[in-house]
Design a protein. Sequence first.
Length: 431
Amino acid sequence: MDRIDFLLLCLFPIFLLIALIIFLIIICGREIKRKRELKELAEEMGLAFIPDGDPKLLARFSTCEFFNRGHSPKITNLIHGDSGDVKLAIFDYVYHLGSGENTDFRRQSVVSLQSSDLVCPDFTIRPENLLDGIGSVLGKQDIDFDDHKAFSSKFVLQGFDEQQVRQYFDRETLDFFTARSGIRVEASTGTLLYYSKSYKRIHPSQIKDSLAEAYEIFGMMVGRQYKGDAEAQNNFGQKFHYGEGVPKDFVEAMKWYRLAAEQEYEYAQFNLGDMYYEGEGVPQNFVEAMKWYRLAAAQENAGAQYALGRMYYEGEGVSKDFAQAMNWFEKSALQKDVDAMFALGREYGESNVFPKNEAEAYAWYSMVTLYAEEELYPDEEEHNYNDELSSSLASLDRLKASFSPEQMSAAQKRVAELQKEIEAIELARPV
């Protein structure tokens, strides 16, 4: 062995150590970057981030099939929070297979959605592979459906109670999963676990997409419980419309509103009209909006009546017609719609379209002050009437200053008449 070979032999362990250190630095750098990006994502989503996870979460999932694989389990990079009536958790699950020199280290991203609204039998579903065919021959469970070959060839479905699982997976549910690729899900009453594809960790930039798919599955599973229940379908649509417990999804909201609206449920008809009016989930379409508003207004829906008045006033989807606008505003206002009350006060007091009637303006502005607080929604800023209330109060002060005693008496008389009419309509309304 010459000197150079001897020198290389001596330096080899050093080079190996340096390479190992560089490798560890790269790995640590990636983990630090991942934690930083996940923390930023959690902050963006308004959720909490716990880099070392929560051992209590492991205990909560101890009965789930996936969490009983391997040994030395650990949860890291936990993003969690409550969103309405849904408890959300996104985390990296770490576990080991084998022991000693044969130990295999696994890391998997998991999305957990927990809600009392979710009712289903215990089941797991994952893509089918070549080895599963051998497993089924050896007696391993794979629930197939003779009348749905596409699903059966695409997924392995397992569950503790096969009969319950078969009953749960109706044609619509089978079609839903068949239309999606790579789905890995474990579910039981109250809990849905969505696993990243290929049993790997999800890159921070792709977590929102995975979360959206998990919520889509959750929405299908919860929503199927509301078949034929128009009120429940409408309420479920509102969850997606306003992001209550689920991410905002106008297309999904539109689907549930339509199911309820087609059962002549007035609030769903009104909500559907709103979505067409605003162009949420569909291209803006005033004609279609007016169609649904009319159906709801025919059932004395005050919001739809005001919306029709607004569209006639602005000439949206129909020719301008101020008489029709005032007619719909009044129908709505008599049912305590504050927007309609304010519109009538404004038109009677300040409009150049109709002859002024300051006593009528005073009466409707007074209705705003009487009923605005009653109609407030503390958690929904867009539904508060602070601007209408303050503007009405200013208009009332201006009118009072200009009224003679006789005019003031006539205006107050009209206030009493309107209040009595509004209360009579409310009492006559079916409960």
